[in-house]
Ligand binder design. Structure first.
Ligand SMILES: [Zn+2]
Length: 427
């Protein structure tokens, strides 16, 4: 099997944003991750890009314009005067206003969008954006530390070239924002493995949430209890993935690799090891389909960095040593300085074999209701969001930020308008 062409997106500014003191979401984990990737020499096996920054218009492909307008204008200094709006958009405690919020959203969303464009163009086989994967954001509101749903924006771009997109989510939380966006369509199948029950956030993702209308059976959920281990997880993940790919026949896969499903996560309650988490990524890769690989949750940041660096090595087919290489943040990896520390938590595994067999059986029966790969009537395809050549020509990165006009006019009006309200429900 030939080595995959991997595109990797990293903006060195992304780790410098702060959600605020005591907030568990720490963008600094992205700096740690990149630092490991770089010091393991993995950048030599990939094309490394400073990503495109998503504009207001890019975000409005999914989100409502008044919500994105709010994100663009709000600052820690002027929030006081907009408390009613902030409340409406669920911006406040979990999803605070912080300095540079809109830039942060532009960076992680732009990278996912550029990944989708490069996959569509066939210039890479795998695109990686560890800053992305913010799966809880809704059309008109922030949720669960997520503001702009880069995943939905990227999938909408993939749908210009792909008739069926499979979305797989291994974050400990349900991928509710992505499921909701595509709940009525058969062109995107969403498959989420997550902790469910006891009011665990976000509270959705029961096995019986299957999609509606044309989307019935195209939303799949695997609800798990506390403490699931590598073996129990793999025994569900692999047969379910295999059945989904066989029945649905996607032409590309978006994989959200939230690392809060690892043992010892600050907010999680699963028991996966770094190798166990990585085994899912490796397994998805064996289907040989174009892949957009994204980050997501992950709150014990030294382990998030270990996990995503390891998964980068799997994606580029490069074995790496258990010994953490010398790097700028070496102290984070004390005392063992190993890539695969024992992170088994002392959380009792509440997933009995009987329970796991039952959900595996039910989910696979539901997958069988997908009879044959649904076809799509081809319509005029809107133009690509980003012209790769113009990206490469544009040496001045600042030029990208403000240049919203490049994407305006071409398909926001007249018969090419694909930016209708609720367009996302019609795909
Ligand atoms: Zn999560």
């Amino acid at each position: 099997m030939y080595r995959k062409r991997v595109a990797y997106f990293y903006d060195e500014d992304v780790g410098n944003f702060h959600y605020g003191p005591h907030h568990p979401m720490k963008p600094h984990r992205l700096t740690l991750t990149h630092n490991l990737v770089f010091n393991y020499d993995l950048h030599k096996k990939m094309e490394v890009y400073k990503p495109y920054r998503a504009t207001y218009h890019d975000m409005c492909r999914f989100h409502s314009s008044d919500y994105i307008q709010f994100l663009r204008r709000v600052t820690p200094q002027n929030t006081g005067g907009q408390s009613k709006l902030a409340n409406n958009f669920n911006v406040g405690e979990d999803c605070p206003v912080f300095s540079g919020l809109f830039d942060f959203c532009s960076i992680y969303t732009g990278a996912s969008l550029e990944g989708a464009v490069r996959l569509n163009q066939g210039v890479c086989d795998i695109a990686i954006n560890w800053a992305g994967g913010l799966h809880h954001a809704k059309k008109c509101e922030a949720s669960g530390f997520c503001y702009v749903n880069d995943i939905v924006v990227a999938i909408l771009e993939l749908l210009k070239y792909h008739s069926r997109v499979l979305y797989v989510d291994i974050d400990i939380h349900h991928g509710d924002g992505v499921q909701e966006a595509f709940y009525l369509t058969d062109r995107v199948m969403t498959l989420s493995f997550h902790k469910y029950g006891n009011h665990f956030f976000p509270g959705t993702g029961d096995m019986f949430e299957l999609g509606v209308e044309n989307g019935r059976y195209y939303s799949l959920n695997v609800p798990l209890r506390d403490g699931i281990d590598d073996q129990g997880y793999a025994n569900l993940f692999k047969p379910i993935m295999q059945a989904v790919v066989n029945h649905y026949q996607p032409s590309c896969i978006v994989l959200q690799c939230g690392a809060d499903s690892l043992g010892c996560d600050r907010l999680g309650c699963f028991n996966l090891s770094i190798k166990g988490h990585g085994e899912c990524v490796q397994y998805v890769k064996t289907f040989n389909l174009p892949m957009l690989v994204l980050g997501g949750g992950g709150y014990t940041i030294k382990n998030v960095a270990r996990c995503w660096a390891y998964e980068t090595s799997l994606l580029v087919d490069q074995e790496i040593s258990n010994e953490i290489p010398y790097n700028d943040y070496l102290e984070y990896f004390a005392p063992d300085f190993s890539l695969y520390p024992d992170i088994a938590a002392r959380i009792e595994n509440q997933n009995t074999k009987q329970y796991l067999d039952h959900i595996k059986h039910t989910v696979i029966e539901n997958i069988k209701c997908v009879t044959g790969a649904p076809s799509v009537q081809m319509q005029e395809v809107p133009p690509d969001f980003i012209c790769l050549e113009s990206l490469e020509d544009q040496e001045d990165p600042d030029g990208r930020h403000d240049d919203e006009s490049r994407f305006e006019g071409e398909f926001y009006d007249g018969e090419h308008d694909v930016d209708k309200e609720d367009a996302y429900l019609e795909v």
